[in-house]
Ligand binder design. Structure first.
Ligand SMILES: [Zn+2]
Length: 74
């Protein structure tokens, strides 16, 4: 009886670890050193403030302006 309980707990723990790995794989909180759009270096403060940041401030602003524009056009 005690053995089967341990096995269940082990399986639950394995499943839990697998889910944590899945979440980590899906959301890599690794910020880019360089802007994905223009290649400009992204400041350390911005990388720290925005986990997973991919764009520099300028490109982010352009991106936001564009999406606002598209929203307004619809
Ligand atoms: Zn950029």
């Amino acid at each position: 009886m005690a053995d089967s309980m341990d096995q269940v707990q082990m399986r639950v723990e394995e499943e839990r670890q697998r889910n944590i790995q899945k979440v980590l794989a899906r959301k890599p909180a690794v910020s880019s050193f360089y802007c994905e759009s223009c290649g400009a270096p992204i400041l350390e403060a911005r990388r720290a403030a925005v986990p997973g940041v991919e764009l520099c401030v300028t490109c982010q602003e352009i991106h936001e302006l564009k999406s606002q524009h598209y929203k307004g056009a619809v």
